[in-house]
Write a protein that binds this ligand. Sequence first.
Ligand code: UDP
Ligand code: MG
Length: 322
Amino acid sequence: MPFFNEAKVLPDLLTAIQGLAKALMPRAIEVELLLVDDGSTDNGRGVLSDWLNSATPAYEIRLLRLSRNFGKEVALSAGVDAADGDALVLMDADLQHPVELVEDFVSGWIDEGYDVVFGYRLRHASESVGKRLFRSAFYMVVNRASDAAVEPHAGDFRLMSRRAYTALRQFPERERLMKGLYGLIGFRTKGVAYEPRARTAGTSKYSPLKLWAAGLDGITSFSVLPLRLTTFMGVALALLAFAYGVGTIVEKLVFGIHVPGYPTLIVIISTVGAGQLIGMGIVGEYVGKILVEVKRRPLYIVESDEQLQGVTGVVEKLTKRT
Ligand code: UDP
Ligand code: MG
């Protein structure tokens, strides 16, 4: 569970996980909450300690702190790298992903034998029309453009078996869009519908501009379609220019019309110029990506890794009682 400045929701979250841990006990499943602090600057650590002083969690809590804010995708990757369970569940810390749904994920995994069980949004009451449109457009483009199937309404909320999340670790790219990577690992996969909740507290960390940047990154990370489109655009412009040239010659030779060409020239020059600039920009995006990849910088830096609460044995004790 990656979080960034979520001190306000952490107590509710820890309480919700308490319910989940208890619900999973009859199945003799031990829950460990692996929190990835993505460089929070609020007092999340203090809130965690306060909560631990006032409650006895029925699950283990491990806190992995990154040295600064690396962004959600990277924080998720840090969690996947650090995880060591028979299965791993990725979810947001703001309780927008209903915790109870994890029980359905678990039965999909254990009872039905799926390696990946993901939640897909039914609808989002609190989401603006703009965000919804943007989301649909993004998934449409990514799906058309890449070989990985990206589930339109699925996010990061999902369970992965050990072999599935181990497969995910093998993707070395720096520029990562987890939603695309999930599609690349394969395995038997099942979707479970849910209605996302409104945030219980705190604010969304994603501005429209950030979403736009993430959308573009997603497309260029998973597809070279824009490069190909540039070539098509060039060919289309060349054909138009050729047709226009032929037309002019015919006009001159057959009809003897002399056309003063100043406006035509300006239009053609600016069209071609614009096409070239767009093409260069697209190539530039990819060159930039290559630069980021070849530097091979570490994806994230871990500041600390602490076990806040160990409850080994709690499950055995409680299941014996029930
Ligand atoms: N998050 C993070 N690092 C960031 C931004 C967000 O770890 O740089 C976490 C955040 O704390 C939350 C999850 O990612 O647990 C989803 O973020 P948010 O709720 O802001 O996104 P939204 O639900 O509005 O799309
Ligand atoms: Mg959220």
